[in-house]
Design a protein around this ligand. Structure first.
Ligand SMILES: Cc1ncc(COP(=O)(O)O)c(C=O)c1O
Length: 462
């Protein structure tokens, strides 16, 4: 399929275009270079799974604002809910004058999150803020300081978020010292398990490693909480063995350590269940939510057992913009849409389509070491076939080539050799197919360049 025969994507001959070039220069002069960006697009308009840039180029969005757009760009119900809200009032600050959408969203989150017990919620503005508050609440409730997170995990860019994050560059390099009483435990990486170990043995090995960690690094009696991504996001879309998640959960129960599920990236249908915790049969004490909660309107939440959520005294949690009326209105419309259209079910279909498509290509592209994922949270990991070295440059070049061909993609993983898919769950079959074809064609181009450069397919780029 050539560019001109494509139905959704169109990229002009003078790509990226004059206005984009002007804005890139303006950005270079006025925006901190510390603010990263993977695809140099300036958006003019976006709908569903499609983005149009300021020069009129049309892209298929397979990054979905890093997983914030499970319901797609600008669903009419959400736009209408936000418009209606702006006509009533834009902000009142819950600490000053309360409003109904906050309470309605708290009630809804209590109903849909895993766990059959009374729950309460605090609403905030960003994912990192939700993580910060979950930790504050856990410490206040338990009276203990220690917080365990996991290697390769990502929990945000605030001081505590960085402290809990398990990837140094670019997130915490020369940004320390970090928050005390934070510990990193090992997290499974099934693709890289020791040779000869079965998946079952590996799960037991990982639980044993966690038990050993509690002997060598942090005494359970001093721990307030464990915070775990049920599927690692930024870390590379790594799906841990269910027995590991259950094992950690059971150990937490045995020692009275609170279990916090960070579902900021996994939540709201992405993995084929409304929340990924459900796949593992766990009921977290606290759950952190943001991203796809409100289709891009900034809002986040900590929802959990009522008695834990009531541990802080009035005024100890919250914030001026926490649970803004616009965020609440958007979130209520988003959740309604996810439920009505069964977008979790759609995530399973999308995931099967993506995994089936790339699994069939593994013979042709042996650098695809693994096609993995849960529901529509899918990824490809690239390794040099013989040496098993991470192919970071291959993944970067693939993302660049896809962007130039009209598909927005993002990378992941500590070696940046993973490409992740976060398509809106409202993407049509036709759009998905066109995007996947473009990615496959781009992969062929990058692989050909690699062969020319190195003499063997995919080699020597890490
Ligand atoms: C699992 C997880 N936790 C926390 C965060 C931080 O969210 P935010 O960027 O909104 O602060 C992210 C963001 O990618 C995330 O994926």
């Amino acid at each position: 399929m050539t560019n001109s025969t494509r139905k959704y994507v169109s990229v002009s001959a003078d790509f990226p275009g004059p206005r984009t070039r002007e804005l890139l220069e303006q950005r270079r002069r006025y925006v901190s270079s510390g603010v990263g960006n993977t695809t140099p697009i300036f958006v003019r308009q976006a709908r569903g799974a499609l983005l149009t840039d300021v020069d009129g180029n049309a892209f298929l969005d397979f990054a979905g604002a890093i997983g914030s757009l499970n319901v797609g760009h600008c669903p009419p119900e959400v736009v209408e809910a936000v418009r209606h809200q702006t006509e009533q009032y834009i902000h009142a600050c819950f600490h000053a004058a309360m409003y109904e959408p906050y309470v309605a969203l708290a009630e809804k989150l209590a109903a849909i999150t895993p766990g059959h017990y009374p729950k309460k919620t605090v609403l905030l503005s960003s994912g990192a803020e939700a993580v910060e508050n979950a930790v504050k609440i856990a410490r206040k409730f338990t009276g203990k300081p220690g917080i365990v997170s996991f290697a390769r995990g990502f929990h945000g860019r605030t001081l505590l978020g960085m402290s809990l994050t398990g990837k140094v560059k670019p997130y915490k390099f020369r940004m320390g010292p970090f928050a005390p009483a934070t510990y990193k435990a090992p997290y499974p990486y099934p693709l890289h398990r020791p040779a000869g170990m079965t998946e079952e043995q590996y799960a037991d090995f990982c639980v044993a490693s966690f038990e050993e960690f509690l002997l060598t690094e942090a005494a359970p009696e001093e721990l307030a909480a464990v915070i775990l991504e049920p599927v690692q996001g930024e870390g590379g879309f790594i799906v841990p063995p269910a027995a590991f998640v259950r094992g950690v959960y059971d150990i937490c129960r045995a020692y009275g350590i609170l279990f916090i599920a960070d579902e900021i990236q996994t939540g709201f249908g992405r993995t084929g269940e409304l929340f990924a915790s459900t796949h593992f049969g766990i009921e977290p004490d606290l759950i952190t939510l943001s991203k796809s909660l409100a289709a891009g309107v900034p809002i986040s939440a900590v929802t959990g057992r009522a008695e834990i959520m009531d541990a802080p005294s009035p005024g100890e949690i919250g914030g001026t913009y926490g649970g803004s009326p616009l965020g609440c209105a958007a979130a209520l419309a988003v959740i309604e849409k996810i439920e009505r259209e069964n977008l979790a079910g759609r995530a399973r279909e999308i995931g099967e389509a993506i995994r089936g498509f790339f699994t069939a290509l593994q013979r042709e592209f042996p650098m695809i070491a693994e096609v993995r994922g849960l529901g529509a949270m899918c990824a490809l990991e690239f390794l040099e076939p013989e040496t098993r070295k991470p192919l970071k440059a291959f993944a970067a070049e693939l993302i660049r080539t896809c962007y130039e061909s009209g598909v927005v993609l993002m990378g992941a993983g500590i070696h940046a050799n993973v490409v992740r898919f976060l398509t809106p769950l409202v993407i049509t079959d036709d759009q998905l197919r066109e995007g996947l074809e473009i990615i496959a064609e781009s992969m062929a181009k990058v692989a050909a360049k690699e062969i020319a450069a190195s003499g063997y397919r995919g080699g020597g780029t890490s």
